[in-house]
Design a protein around this ligand. Structure first.
Ligand code: COA
Length: 388
């Protein structure tokens, strides 16, 4: 029987320490007014002594498993998306796997810039759909405050630290990712980079002197790429899902800059209330930003069971990724109706709505499978002809 990846748990971890724009005014030549008007950011969380990507990931995973009522030994795989691992070697994912007590789990770290979480979620769903794994933890975690140059006002005001995680479990009933798109355009690889510390320029005196181990960014190039790609990727995945625009309840974009989100929203013609924005509180937390925004959307009651949500990310690489999710953390048969708390009409409406959605999702999944099966040989032929 075909398996689907259902998100059954989620959790976040953010450092207690907060750095406001007014604090930054004391550190570099900037102003709250400049930062707010150009980016929408008002404050960000910053790791303190002893806090790292691993410690935040561990806490977020523990909260996620508790919320899903799953024990660490039942996790099959842990994927940690990050550009700021505790060490270049070993992978931070194995450290977290051990500390969590996920004794059966395999683990790997995924580097795809700010798009890392979307790449991770799609990968997790593929492992589940293939039948290889039943429970996968996907984590987006960053300690970017340890990678930015605190003397460079062009970058240090933008980034923050944090972590978000989800548990994806196998489900017999259609749910989870309905459509997705992952992309990379390496021709712009140098638009956001740390020039030193890799194998091209191993860390040493020269790198240290030139401050090349810190992040550098061509903001304008990324801005142009992000506004175009976000709108394109969202349109592509919504169309591929077979849903109508009105069926989309919430869009959770990578939180890099409120101006980018505003522009993309206008291009898409989406109402502002359908777009999740929390960049004002966290800054750009790279791979952590989408799962953090997802957790906040749930805390704020902006996402209900049965809703359709679009996740869209972009970042270093340059990479991008988007997915349409059918959000239903509880299997359909379990406790959907609370007769005592709900008015009669609502309690009648809920199961009907869920049944309709499930039938639609199943039909779409079947149709997609059939289309893929029919198109694969045509695409292969097309590629062979083009190669000649
Ligand atoms: N405070 C005050 N002034 C600043 C500043 C700061 N923190 N950072 C830059 N400036 C100055 C610049 O030096 C420049 O001054 P000048 O005109 O005297 O040379 C001026 O502000 C304008 O800089 P500019 O780079 O043109 O600003 P911008 O409108 O392009 O906005 C970004 C800059 C970074 C906010 C914008 O390009 C952006 O958001 N890009 C996308 C970045 C991103 O999302 N990166 C992460 C991808 S995942």
């Amino acid at each position: 029987m075909k398996q689907y990846g259902r998100i059954t748990g989620w959790g976040k971890s953010v450092p207690a320490r907060i750095l406001t724009n007014f604090d930054l005014e004391q550190m570099v030549d900037t102003s709250d007014e400049w930062i707010v008007t150009r980016t929408g950011i008002r404050e960000r969380h910053i790791v303190g002594p002893g806090e790292t990507t691993a410690t935040m990931s561990l806490e977020a995973c523990q909260r996620t498993l508790k919320q899903a009522n799953v024990s660490p030994e039942d996790v099959d795989l842990i994927i940690i998306a990050t550009s700021t691992p505790d060490y270049l070697c070993p992978p931070v994912s194995s450290m977290v796997q051990h500390q969590l007590g996920a004794t059966r789990a395999s683990a790997f770290t995924l580097v795809a810039g700010c798009t890392g979480f979307v790449y991770g979620l799609v990968t997790a769903s593929q492992f589940i759909e293939s039948g290889m794994y039943e429970r996968v933890l996907v984590v987006g975690a960053e300690a970017l405050s340890r990678a930015v140059d605190w003397t460079d006002r062009a970058t240090c005001v933008l980034f923050g630290d944090g972590c978000g995680a989800v548990l994806v479990e196998a489900s017999d009933t259609p749910t989870g990712i309905l459509s997705c798109e992952l992309g990379s355009d390496g021709s712009d690889w140098d638009a956001l980079m740390a020039p030193g510390g890799g194998c091209v320029k191993p860390f040493g005196e020269e790198v240290l002197h030139n401050r090349e181990h810190y992040l550098r960014m061509d903001g304008k190039r990324i801005f142009k790429f992000a506004t175009r790609k976000m709108a394109e990727a969202v349109t592509n995945v919504v169309q591929a899902s077979g849903l109508f625009w009105d069926d989309i309840d919430l869009i959770i974009p990578h939180q890099a800059n409120a101006r980018i989100t505003d522009l993309a929203m206008r291009r898409l013609g989406v109402e502002p209330e359908k777009m999740m924005v929390n960049v004002d509180r966290y800054g750009n937390t790279s791979a952590a930003s989408i799962p953090l925004a997802l957790c906040d959307a749930l805390e704020e009651g902006r996402l209900q069971s049965g809703d359709h949500v679009v996740l869209v990310g972009f970042g270093a690489g340059l990479t991008w990724g988007a997915a349409v999710l059918h959000w239903q953390p509880e299997p359909e048969s379990e406790g959907l109706i609370n007769v005592e708390d709900s008015p009669l009409l609502a309690s009648l409406f809920k199961p009907v709505r869920n049944a309709v959605w499930n039938t639609q999702v199943a039909a779409r999944a079947r149709l997609q499978d059939m289309t893929i099966a029919a198109m694969t040989p045509i695409h292969r032929l097309q590629r062979r002809i083009m190669r000649k």
